[in-house]
Design a protein around this ligand. Structure first.
Ligand SMILES: [Fe+2]
Ligand SMILES: [Fe+2]
Length: 355
């Protein structure tokens, strides 16, 4: 039986001292933590600042999960794909949306995505009152009861660990096809692999805020095995339908983050609106977040815009001929116009618009 447990409590002064000694060299901050999630899962939310040091998580679990590797000569390793950034208007204009299936194959892909969403709701311990209107599951963001911060983090971790797979599989297959068939790829590979990289940055950011326990880690390993192999097979059979499926997955991601932003705005996630809560440095650097725009809400706004981008890109790629058409998002146009901006095209561009 899966359940969500959230049991915040204060540390004793002795525990707090041990805690800060244990993590100070790594994090230079103190922690705000609690255990939650599917049975056996521990989530620890870390918080900078020196005014709080409390947790129910055992001290041995409070550590930087992947500290920067110090070497004799290397100062830092910047991202291979620097983030292209968004205007504030672009981030605010993102809305949950759904592209209705137009073929039997798309309908099957959409139904399968509904099943995956049900599985994620179940696994993250979502109660009936926390769910949205069943008739509009990808666009409705109103629920009777909010999720807790721990539930959101579990959801983000599952989602991001899965979302990083398809771009890499598609990019890898197109790369192999190009060198096997001695043909140009026309710019798809870089966008697909960059998408995977971007999804992994989402995951790493959330991993800096929490650490899953053995149950979730096992689930992620199994899910990746199944998902990678299925994507591999399906991309060989139908790249168009696979991109459509990924478009549906990204619709769910935009929905998830929009709902989270709404609950932050309504003051239902107090741990994240606490002025002492600081987002991880890895996120500030990757998105080049300006001073004064580094709240959890700002971070989720950036991530949601990324998901909207993936949604528009995958729906568009699904509309193209994968064998011949160039990738419009990295192309120069004869008219001198800018390449299309996928974040604000939830249903993607039709082929005639971009070719
Ligand atoms: Fe993501
Ligand atoms: Fe995504």
């Amino acid at each position: 039986m899966l359940s969500v447990r959230v049991q915040p409590k204060l540390c004793t002064p002795n525990q707090a001292l041990q805690l800060s000694k244990a993590i100070a060299p790594l994090l230079h901050n103190s922690s705000l933590g609690y255990s939650a999630g599917p049975k056996g899962t521990t989530v620890c939310i870390q918080q900078r600042g020196n005014s709080r040091a409390f947790s129910t998580t055992p001290d041995r679990k409070l550590r930087d999960f992947f500290p920067v590797k110090e070497t004799e000569h290397i100062r830092q390793t910047p991202p291979a794909w620097p983030h292209h950034g968004y205007t504030e208007q672009e981030m605010l204009a993102v809305v949950p949306d759904h592209r209705p299936p137009q073929t039997i194959g798309e309908r099957v892909a959409w139904k399968f995505m509904r099943f995956c969403r049900w599985g994620m709701d179940f696994t993250t311990g979502m109660q009936k009152e926390q769910k949205v209107d069943k008739a509009n599951p990808t666009t409705s963001i109103t629920a009777i009861k909010p999720l807790t911060e721990a539930q959101w983090l579990i959801r983000f971790l599952f989602l991001e660990s899965i979302a990083g797979v398809p771009g890499m599989v598609a990019g890898m297959l197109r790369h192999l096809q190009s060198i096997r068939r001695l043909k140009r790829d026309n710019g798809w590979i870089e966008t697909l692999i960059e998408e995977s990289y971007n999804e992994r940055m989402h995951l790493l950011t959330f991993m800096k805020m929490c650490e899953p326990g053995w149950f979730m880690k096992s689930f992620i390993v199994i899910a990746q095995g199944v998902y990678f192999n299925s994507m591999f097979l399906f991309y060989l059979i139908s790249p168009k339908l696979t991109h459509r499926f990924v478009g549906y997955l990204e619709e769910e991601a935009v929905h998830t983050y929009t709902m989270c932003i709404k609950q932050i705005d309504e003051g239902q996630l107090p741990k994240w609106t606490d002025p002492n809560f600081k987002i991880p440095e890895i996120a500030v650097k990757y998105w080049q977040m300006p001073e004064g725009k580094r709240s959890m809400r700002d971070l989720i706004m950036y991530i949601r815009a990324d998901e909207a981008c993936h949604r528009g890109v995958n729906h568009t790629l699904s509309n193209l001929n994968p064998k011949e058409d160039p990738n419009p998002f990295v192309s120069e146009y004869k008219s001198g116009q800018e390449p299309p901006r996928p974040a604000l095209r939830p249903q993607g561009y039709e082929r005639a618009e971009v070719m």
